[in-house]
Design a binder for this molecule. Structure first.
Ligand code: UDP
Length: 422
C-alpha cells in the first residue's frame, strides 16, 4: 500500500552525491549543500531521503547519515563517474528508479527539492506523474555560465530550456542570493515564484580553532603571510588570477610569503588537467618555493587552513554563492573575492573583505597587499566576517527557512494532476 507521509521530503541531486568526499572531480558546493541541508532538516523533524546517481559499483546503495537522514543511490546509466554534461541522457532512467523505490518502500514524496538543472527535469516529471510539489535550487545558471566560458557544451540548448521551464512551473525556486534572483529574472524568465534563502555553513565547526593554534598545527611561523585558495580545480574558479596576483604582490621575493592552493584529486582524474596547468604557471612565474598544494582538504583540515590564513582568496569568474567564502569568514579570515554573483552578497567590501573585478590580477594583488600590510585591519575584517556568518549563514538558520517553506507548501491545496500535466 502506498502512503503519503507528510513529513517526508526527497532531496534530489542526480550528479552531486551528498555522501562522497568533497573537493575533487566535480564534487563541491552542491554536494555539501544537499548533505547539510538534509542533516539539518532531519534534526528539525523531517524524514529526509537524498537521491543521487550511483557513480561507482563499489558504493553502497544506501548511506545512513543520521536516524532520519539517508543518501539513496539509484542506478541510472553506468556505475562509474560520468561528467555532468553527459548525465542528462540517464535522467529518464533516474525517474523510473525513483518511482520503483517509492513503490518498494510504500511512500510517495509530497515535496521534491531538486538541485541543478538535471535534477530539475526529474522533479518536473514527478510533478506530472504524481503531483509532487517542487522546490528547486539551481546552484549554477546556464545563462550566466555560458556567458563566462569560451567552449559551450552541446547540452547547452537543452539546459537553457529546462532551466526556464522549471522557473516557470516549480512551486518555489530557492535563489541563494539576491544577485542570483536578479540573474533569473533578467536572463531566464519574469515568471515563477522565487524565495531568497542563502547557503549555510557549520558555525561550530568553522571557527573552533584560533589562528595561533592553527599555525602551530601546520608548522607555520607567526610572521609568515599566508594567502589561501580552497576549492576545486576548474578554470571557472580563476586560480590562475590568484597565482598571477601573488606574482605581482609587493611581498614578492619575501621568503615569508606563502601561497597555499588546497583542493584537487589524484592524477588521472578530470580536474588534473587544470591542476597541471596551474602548477606550470606557478613554476613559470618562479613561485614554486613559496607555493604548496596540500591536495584535497578533509572536513577536519579545512577549519585549520582557513584559520591559519591571513587572507582567503576566491577569484572565480562566476560564483552563484560560494561556500568557501562563508567557511573562511566563519573562521575569522577576510576574503578577497571576485565582484560577481553570490560573492557580492556574502563579502561586504571594506567590512569583511574586498572585491575585485574578475580576472584582474593587478586588482587582486593590490587588495591582497592591503590586507597583508595591515594586521590590525585584517583582524577587524575577520571579526566582522565571523559575525556576518553567525547572523546570516548558519545551516540551522537556513534549514529553518527551508522547513517553513516546505510546511507552507504542504498546507497549500495540491493542483490536480490534470492541471499539472496540462
Ligand atoms: N572542499 C573540500 N575540500 C577541498 C576543497 C573544497 O571539502 O579540498 C569543499 C569546500 O569546503 C566547500 C565546497 O567544497 O564546502 C566548495 O563549494 P563552493 O560553493 O565554494 O564551490 P563549488 O565547488 O560548488 O563550485
Amino acid at each position: 500500500m502506498i502512503s503519503t507521509n507528510k513529513k517526508h521530503i526527497a532531496l534530489i541531486s542526480v550528479h552531486g552525491d551528498p555522501a562522497i568526499e568533497i573537493g575533487k572531480e566535480e564534487a563541491g558546493g552542491q554536494n555539501v549543500y544537499v548533505r547539510y541541508v538534509g542533516e539539518a532538516l532531519a534534526k528539525q523533524g523531517w524524514q529526509v531521503d537524498m537521491f543521487t546517481r550511483k557513480a561507482n559499483a563499489e558504493q553502497p546503495r544506501i548511506v545512513q547519515h543520521s536516524p532520519n537522514c539517508r543518501t539513496i543511490r539509484l542506478t541510472a546509466g553506468p556505475e562509474q563517474f560520468v561528467p555532468r554534461d553527459n548525465i542528462f541522457g540517464y535522467a529518464p532512467d533516474f525517474v523510473q528508479e525513483f518511482l520503483k523505490f517509492q513503490e518498494e518502500n510504500g511512500v510517495v514524496y509530497p515535496i521534491v527539492h531538486t538541485n541543478y538543472w538535471i535534477s530539475s527535469w526529474v522533479g518536473m516529471q514527478l510533478k506530472k506523474i504524481q503531483g509532487s510539489k517542487q522546490v528547486h535550487t539551481y546552484h549554477s545558471l546556464g545563462a550566466v555560465k555560458y556567458r563566462a566560458i569560451s567552449t559551450i557544451p552541446m547540452i547547452a540548448t537543452m539546459r537553457l530550456d529546462v532551466e526556464k521551464a522549471v522557473l516557470e512551473t516549480a512551486e518555489r525556486i530557492v535563489a541563494t542570493s539576491p544577485q542570483e534572483k536578479e540573474h533569473m529574472r533578467s536572463m531566464v524568465s519574469k515568471k515563477g515564484n522565487i524565495d531568497i534563502i542563502p547557503c549555510g555553513t557549520d558555525v561550530r565547526h568553522y571557527g573552533a580553532i584560533t589562528k595561533e593554534e592553527a599555525r602551530q598545527q601546520l608548522g607555520i611561523d607567526d610572521d609568515t603571510k599566508v594567502v589561501l585558495y580552497v576549492g576545486r580545480f576548474d578554470k571557472r574558479k580563476g586560480i590562475e588570477t590568484l597565482v598571477r596576483a601573488v606574482a605581482k604582490s609587493k611581498l614578492r621575493g619575501n621568503s615569508k610569503l606563502k601561497l597555499i592552493i588546497g583542493g584537487g584529486s589524484r592524477p588521472g582524474q578530470s580536474d588534473g588537467i587544470e591542476r597541471d596547468r596551474i602548477e606550470s604557471i606557478v613554476n613559470e612565474l618562479g613561485l614554486t618555493d613559496i607555493t604548496v598544494f596540500p591536495g584535497r582538504l578533509g572536513e577536519n583540515d579545512l577549519p585549520v587552513y582557513y584559520a591559519a590564513a591571513d587572507v582567503s582568496v576566491v577569484p572565480s569568474h562566476y560564483e552563484p554563492f560560494g561556500l568557501v567564502t562563508i567557511e573562511a569568514m566563519a573562521c575569522g579570515t577576510p576574503v578577497v573575492g571576485s565582484d560577481v554573483g553570490g560573492l557580492q552578497f556574502t563579502v561586504l567590501p571594506e567590512k569583511t573583505g574586498l572585491l575585485c573585478p574578475p580576472k584582474d590580477d593587478v586588482a587582486f594583488a593590490t587588495a591582497i597587499d592591503r590586507i597583508l600590510a595591515n594586521p590590525e585591519w585584517r583582524s577587524e575584517l575577520g571579526r566582522n566576517a565571523r559575525m556576518r556568518v553567525e547572523k546570516m549563514f548558519s545551516w540551522d538558520g537556513v534549514a529553518s527557512q527551508l522547513s517553513n517553506l516546505y510546511t507552507q507548501l504542504l498546507e497549500e491545496p495540491a493542483e490536480s494532476l490534470d492541471q499539472v500535466s496540462a
